[in-house]
Design a protein around this ligand. Structure first.
Ligand code: PMV
Length: 360
């Protein structure tokens, strides 16, 4: 696919008003995306588990209007008008206008809600931007005379979601999505995420993700700022190469079900992500003392019990615990006796791998 393939032919149908609703989940990267170039293209490929319980549900209401050269929309979060979200959506609309030419012909009311608390420190941009991109694609489908097939629909929705928030392009399908061109993954692209195209060992079936909410505060450093700090980063090239190598290694792990190797790759990726932050200019630290307490307890627990639990992190202090479904009971016990003390107000979210977005 090339950029030009995402520019639609003039629409033949008209629509006065209507609404579409999509739910779209969050995702957690195993090999991390950190570093981007214009326009929202990744410096290295990444791969993620799609989540299930943590999702955004977005209803897009559209009403035809006179095109006056501006975008016209309102954002409603959990039933309340949220003007603070408008600049981000305005930027998103500007970036996608060439591919979604009807944007200025409608007034939109974007009604959105998350199944996870907004103040949980869990980024809602992946689920939120992917849900909105899918809604726009549903409108495009209704305006278009030519049949839009499922593959193109999903690819273009992912392409649009990427322009809203990079990692959002990995939320549409599941259980595993690759974003960014990788030599050994046919069809992988910097432009959009694709469903991981190979067989995955049963060991990873219904893998669990419990998110320990260590710090529910707002992000101190936006991910855009963090990505941009990779531009002059002394370790950037080595890091980008490492991500390619880790995806190659993970491919074998996913095929063979090698959980020990899985742990090594995933934990190393999480720590490398934060090491990049600590060694950029300016440097910053997003993990908290409780993040480290939890990591140490996971390592001890693994040593004592032979568990295959591991951790990963995103751009914050919260810890994602990844483990096989058959360990669920034991891990929940471990969380309540040892880890919950390190969570803000004792909060955590139980999730598992999911299959992606749904039209409602
Ligand atoms: O999509 P963004 O721009 O918020 O970047 C997310 C980056 C990480 O969550 C840290 C890693 C990843 O691959 O999801």
């Amino acid at each position: 696919m090339r950029l030009i393939d995402f520019i639609p032919k003039p629409y033949s149908k008209t629509l006065d008003n209507g609404s579409v609703t999509w739910s779209s989940p969050s995702n957690i990267a195993l090999v991390k995306y950190w570093g981007k170039r214009e326009p929202q293209l990744p410096e290295n490929p990444s791969i993620s588990f799609t989540l299930s319980a943590c999702e955004t549900i977005t209803k897009l209401n559209y009403t035809k209007r006179e095109n006056n050269g501006n975008f016209s929309f309102d954002v409603i979060l959990n039933g309340e008008k949220k003007d603070a979200f408008k600049p981000k959506i305005d930027t998103f609309f500007k970036r996608i206008e060439a591919y979604i030419p009807f944007l200025k012909d409608y007034h939109f009311i974007i009604e959105t809600q998350n199944t996870f608390p907004h103040s949980s420190g869990i980024a809602s941009s992946a689920s939120g931007m992917s849900a909105l991109a899918l809604c726009l694609m549903s409108v495009e489908r209704s305006l278009s005379e030519v049949e839009i097939n499922e593959l193109f629909f999903t690819q273009k929705a992912s392409f649009l979601a990427r322009l809203g928030s990079g990692s959002a392009c990995r939320s549409l399908e599941g259980p595993l999505v690759v974003w960014g061109a990788h030599q050994e993954i046919e069809g992988s692209s910097d432009l959009f995420g694709i469903k991981y195209p190979f067989e995955v060992h049963d060991n990873f079936k219904n893998y669990q993700d419990v998110i320990l909410l260590v710090d529910k505060g707002q992000k101190q450093v936006s991910s855009t700022l963090g990505h941009n700090l990779m531009h002059d980063h002394p370790f950037a090239q080595e890091r980008f190469k490492q991500a390619h190598d880790n995806i190659s290694a993970l491919k074998l792990v996913l095929e063979q079900g090698d959980l020990d190797m899985f742990i090594k790759i995933v934990e190393s990726e999480a720590l490398t992500l934060h090491a990049m932050m600590m060694t950029s200019k300016p440097y910053f630290i997003l993990i908290k003392p409780n993040t480290l307490e939890i990591i140490n307890k996971i390592w001890s627990y693994r040593k004592e019990t032979g568990s295959k639990i591991c951790f990963t992190l995103d751009a914050g202090a919260n810890v994602h615990l990844l483990f096989p479904e058959k360990e669920l009971r034991n891990v929940l016990k471990f969380i309540s006796t040892e880890l919950v003390a390190h969570c803000e107000n004792g909060n955590y979210i139980c999730d598992n791998i999911g299959l992606g977005a749904n039209e409602l």
